[in-house]
Design a protein around this ligand. Structure first.
Ligand SMILES: Nc1nc2c(ncn2[C@@H]2O[C@H](COP(=O)(O)OP(=O)(O)OP(=O)(O)O)[C@@H](O)[C@H]2O)c(=O)[nH]1
Ligand SMILES: [Mg+2]
Length: 208
């Protein structure tokens, strides 16, 4: 098993920011979780940090409307971004939070890597592809997590994983793809290993 170098359980809530002006100082290293509404971003953060209610989750898409920041230590932060692609939200609200999302992604210097979460049953929708291409063009490292992997049997899960890996070659970037489940913790060691690398705290190799 992979032993992570960073103690993700130590994460503490910092701020909920309506726009980037309200974020903590733009120093150190940030890793942000992005994806469609309901993809499982907040759940994945809670799984990573072994805290059930650090990030608020919901059956109702559009739960996370602010940029929520969590501290790992004085140099490292995790970010829970508002989801995109959810139609049933008042336009004014949607525009406001999509704007703060775009602002965060384009202006935040400490942003080192983007975790893009997609439901394994509906991967690579248009907005996901736009986000991944933008991240690659911006020289960000990308980790794709195919979430809710528990919803598929292992054969179908592996098939989708290979298909998505193949499809992401076209983006010509630094992209890693793993299946993930917050329900049964599938893919958690892989997530920790990639984050350790981005946070410049590489741990021991995965040995099985
Ligand atoms: N079966 C299963 N359900 C999951 C998993 N991860 C999340 N869910 C469910 O999916 C729903 C959405 O999860 P959230 O973590 O709130 O999703 P989000 O991406 O943060 O959503 P927004 O904040 O609205 O953008 C909740 O009902 C979760 O319980 C998983 O790994 N397996
Ligand atoms: Mg959320």
């Amino acid at each position: 098993m992979y032993k992570s170098k960073i103690n993700y359980q130590r994460a503490t809530f910092l701020t909920s920011a309506p726009d980037i002006k309200a974020l903590p100082a733009d120093a150190g290293i940030e890793v942000a979780f992005a994806g469609r509404s309901n993809a499982g971003k907040s759940s994945a953060l809670n799984t990573l940090t072994r805290q059930n209610s650090l990030a608020r989750t919901s059956k109702t898409p559009g739960r996370t409307q602010l940029i929520n920041t969590f501290s790992l230590d004085d140099q490292r932060r995790l970010i829970d971004l508002p989801g995109y692609g959810f139609a049933k939200v008042p336009l004014a609200v949607k525009e406001k939070w999509q704007k703060s999302l775009a602002e965060y992604l384009t202006k935040r210097t400490s942003l080192k890597g983007l975790v893009v979460l997609m439901d394994i049953r509906h991967p690579l929708k248009d907005l996901d592809q736009d986000l991944i291409q933008w991240a690659v063009d911006s020289k960000l490292s990308v980790l794709i997590l195919l979430t809710k992997a528990d919803k598929l049997a292992s054969g179908a899960r592996k098939k989708t994983l290979l298909e998505v890996r193949e499809a992401t070659l076209a983006f010509m970037g630094d992209i890693t793809v793993h299946a993930f489940s917050s329900l049964n913790k599938h893919g958690l060691p892989e997530l920790e290993q990639v984050l350790d690398l981005w946070y410049e705290a590489e741990g021991a190799a995965v040995t099985e």
